[in-house]
Design a binder for this molecule. Structure first.
Ligand SMILES: [Zn+2]
Ligand SMILES: [Zn+2]
Length: 144
Protein backbone atom coordinates (compact mmCIF):
# COMPACT_ATOMS: atom_id res chain seq x y z
CA UNK A 1 0.00 0.00 0.00
CA UNK A 2 1.36 3.38 -1.03
CA UNK A 3 1.01 6.22 1.42
CA UNK A 4 -1.26 8.96 0.18
CA UNK A 5 0.45 12.29 -0.36
CA UNK A 6 -1.29 15.15 1.27
CA UNK A 7 -1.53 17.94 -1.24
CA UNK A 8 -2.92 20.53 1.11
CA UNK A 9 0.52 21.89 1.86
CA UNK A 10 0.95 23.07 -1.70
CA UNK A 11 -1.69 25.75 -1.25
CA UNK A 12 -0.19 27.13 1.90
CA UNK A 13 0.97 30.70 2.12
CA UNK A 14 -0.24 31.66 -1.33
CA UNK A 15 -0.33 35.39 -1.80
CA UNK A 16 -3.70 37.03 -1.89
CA UNK A 17 -4.40 37.86 -5.49
CA UNK A 18 -4.26 41.59 -5.90
CA UNK A 19 -6.67 42.47 -8.63
CA UNK A 20 -5.07 45.39 -10.28
CA UNK A 21 -7.61 47.19 -12.36
CA UNK A 22 -5.91 48.56 -15.42
CA UNK A 23 -6.35 52.31 -15.45
CA UNK A 24 -9.19 53.34 -17.65
CA UNK A 25 -10.04 56.76 -18.93
CA UNK A 26 -13.57 57.86 -19.59
CA UNK A 27 -14.14 59.45 -22.94
CA UNK A 28 -15.52 62.94 -22.38
CA UNK A 29 -17.56 62.68 -25.56
CA UNK A 30 -19.32 59.34 -25.32
CA UNK A 31 -18.73 58.47 -21.65
CA UNK A 32 -17.29 55.04 -22.36
CA UNK A 33 -14.21 53.69 -20.68
CA UNK A 34 -11.00 53.13 -22.56
CA UNK A 35 -7.51 52.11 -21.68
CA UNK A 36 -4.98 54.88 -21.28
CA UNK A 37 -3.50 54.02 -24.67
CA UNK A 38 -6.66 53.44 -26.65
CA UNK A 39 -8.27 56.65 -25.42
CA UNK A 40 -5.78 58.71 -27.43
CA UNK A 41 -6.78 56.76 -30.53
CA UNK A 42 -10.44 56.81 -29.69
CA UNK A 43 -10.88 60.47 -28.80
CA UNK A 44 -10.23 62.05 -32.21
CA UNK A 45 -12.38 59.35 -33.85
CA UNK A 46 -15.13 59.85 -31.33
CA UNK A 47 -15.08 63.61 -31.86
CA UNK A 48 -15.25 63.14 -35.62
CA UNK A 49 -18.20 60.82 -35.18
CA UNK A 50 -19.77 63.30 -32.82
CA UNK A 51 -19.59 66.03 -35.46
CA UNK A 52 -21.11 63.78 -38.11
CA UNK A 53 -23.91 62.79 -35.77
CA UNK A 54 -24.48 66.32 -34.59
CA UNK A 55 -24.76 67.60 -38.14
CA UNK A 56 -27.46 65.06 -38.86
CA UNK A 57 -29.57 66.11 -35.95
CA UNK A 58 -32.44 68.51 -36.20
CA UNK A 59 -31.33 71.98 -35.21
CA UNK A 60 -33.02 72.06 -31.84
CA UNK A 61 -31.19 68.90 -30.77
CA UNK A 62 -27.73 70.01 -31.76
CA UNK A 63 -25.30 70.41 -28.93
CA UNK A 64 -22.26 72.57 -28.34
CA UNK A 65 -18.97 70.84 -29.02
CA UNK A 66 -17.88 68.93 -25.92
CA UNK A 67 -14.88 70.39 -24.20
CA UNK A 68 -12.21 68.16 -22.83
CA UNK A 69 -12.12 68.60 -19.08
CA UNK A 70 -8.80 69.77 -17.74
CA UNK A 71 -7.87 68.42 -14.36
CA UNK A 72 -4.86 70.06 -12.87
CA UNK A 73 -4.80 68.32 -9.55
CA UNK A 74 -1.88 65.98 -9.58
CA UNK A 75 -1.63 63.46 -6.81
CA UNK A 76 1.27 63.10 -4.45
CA UNK A 77 2.78 60.40 -6.61
CA UNK A 78 3.07 62.73 -9.55
CA UNK A 79 0.36 61.44 -11.84
CA UNK A 80 -2.98 62.81 -12.71
CA UNK A 81 -5.85 62.18 -10.42
CA UNK A 82 -7.56 59.78 -12.77
CA UNK A 83 -10.70 59.58 -10.68
CA UNK A 84 -11.22 63.32 -10.79
CA UNK A 85 -10.46 63.38 -14.48
CA UNK A 86 -12.89 60.56 -15.13
CA UNK A 87 -15.54 62.20 -13.04
CA UNK A 88 -15.42 65.42 -15.01
CA UNK A 89 -15.19 63.47 -18.26
CA UNK A 90 -18.28 61.54 -17.25
CA UNK A 91 -20.06 64.77 -16.40
CA UNK A 92 -19.08 66.14 -19.77
CA UNK A 93 -20.47 63.06 -21.47
CA UNK A 94 -23.69 63.42 -19.50
CA UNK A 95 -24.04 66.92 -20.87
CA UNK A 96 -24.27 65.34 -24.28
CA UNK A 97 -27.57 63.86 -23.30
CA UNK A 98 -30.70 65.67 -24.25
CA UNK A 99 -33.77 65.51 -22.03
CA UNK A 100 -36.99 64.33 -23.58
CA UNK A 101 -39.44 67.19 -23.38
CA UNK A 102 -42.27 64.75 -22.81
CA UNK A 103 -41.04 62.49 -20.03
CA UNK A 104 -37.87 64.27 -18.92
CA UNK A 105 -35.55 61.29 -19.32
CA UNK A 106 -32.20 61.99 -20.93
CA UNK A 107 -30.97 60.37 -24.11
CA UNK A 108 -28.32 60.76 -26.72
CA UNK A 109 -29.94 62.86 -29.44
CA UNK A 110 -30.15 60.04 -31.96
CA UNK A 111 -31.70 57.82 -29.29
CA UNK A 112 -34.07 60.58 -28.32
CA UNK A 113 -35.48 60.75 -31.81
CA UNK A 114 -36.19 57.02 -31.67
CA UNK A 115 -37.53 57.30 -28.15
CA UNK A 116 -39.91 60.15 -28.89
CA UNK A 117 -41.68 58.07 -31.48
CA UNK A 118 -42.99 55.90 -28.70
CA UNK A 119 -43.00 58.34 -25.82
CA UNK A 120 -46.43 59.52 -24.98
CA UNK A 121 -47.27 62.17 -22.47
CA UNK A 122 -48.81 60.90 -19.31
CA UNK A 123 -52.51 61.44 -19.26
CA UNK A 124 -53.46 62.94 -15.96
CA UNK A 125 -55.96 60.87 -14.09
CA UNK A 126 -59.25 62.58 -13.87
CA UNK A 127 -60.93 60.51 -11.26
CA UNK A 128 -59.35 62.08 -8.25
CA UNK A 129 -61.06 60.65 -5.24
CA UNK A 130 -63.15 63.36 -3.72
CA UNK A 131 -62.74 62.93 -0.05
CA UNK A 132 -65.51 64.39 1.97
CA UNK A 133 -64.78 64.23 5.61
CA UNK A 134 -67.35 63.58 8.21
CA UNK A 135 -69.49 66.55 8.78
CA UNK A 136 -69.06 67.30 12.39
CA UNK A 137 -72.25 68.62 13.70
CA UNK A 138 -71.91 71.40 16.11
CA UNK A 139 -74.05 71.14 19.11
CA UNK A 140 -76.82 73.61 19.09
CA UNK A 141 -75.86 76.34 21.42
CA UNK A 142 -78.16 76.63 24.38
CA UNK A 143 -79.04 80.04 25.47
CA UNK A 144 -77.19 81.05 28.50
ZN1 LIG B 1 -15.86 58.44 -27.09
ZN1 LIG C 1 -39.89 60.63 -23.37
Amino acid sequence: MKPKINNAMAFCCSQPAVIRKPPTVICYICGREYGTHSISIHEPQCLKKWHIENDQLPKHLRRPVPVKPAVRSIGAKGYYDLDALNESAWQSAQNQLVPCDICGRTFLPDRLIVHQRSCKPKTPKENTPSFSGKISRTKPLSDL
